[in-house]
Design a protein around this ligand. Sequence first.
Ligand code: SAM
Length: 225
Amino acid sequence: MTIVYPDIKPWGRSFKEYVRMFNLTPDDLERKILGCGDGPASFNAEFTERGGNIISVDPVYFFSADQIRQRIHETYNYIIDQTRKNQDKFIWQEIGSVEELGRIRMSAMEKFLKDFSEGVMQKRYIPGELPFLPFKDKEFDLALCSHLLFLYTDNLSLEFHLKSIEELCRVSNEVRVFPLQDVNADRSSYVEPVINFLRTKNQDVKEIKVAYEFQKGGNTMLRIC
Ligand SMILES: C[S@@+](CC[C@H](N)C(=O)[O-])C[C@H]1O[C@@H](n2cnc3c(N)ncnc32)[C@H](O)[C@@H]1O
């Protein structure tokens, strides 16, 4: 079967998953980090608890915690259902079943929801959206973008990808994007055009293997400096 997402879904991963998706080292975790499209991930909440310096930006932060909770509940069954019908596209090793996946994601999203109001007051959750971010040039050391660019190849154009990655490079000294696959676990047709475009802009671009693989074959990130 084919996975179809008519729009971009709020779905949240944990700090532990971010560390592995982006090969984050102890030195990386000392840097000023931007999480772009973090949505209801618990990365910001958990990293802040560990003393990290992190700002997340996402259009879902225009809404209240109750509205975001409502949206998560509206989309939860759809995502779980699509995943169940397409189990062959994933590696069920660390996460053993669709039910366990649901529990792990909900636990991360609950952590986010608990932290959201305080994080808004502390300006750790900033409403905004690519391709234009409300930040100064090189305000961050490292920008991370998980499960937005490339994943939503069917929803977002190549032009959007080029502008968005240029914008991430404007606000951060280094940018990492994961995964490079679309929702059906196929390599996004945008990866090579994006790499070629960035090289014409004299950016150093590398595809790097990471210690995380849930979508089959989805174990590399793009690192741009
Ligand atoms: C699938 S979720 C991924 C959440 C998180 N990064 C993770 O990996 O757990 C995609 C997120 O991208 C956000 N998003 C959608 N359009 C965006 C845009 N133009 N700029 C930034 N974020 C966007 C959505 O609101 C949603 O929270």
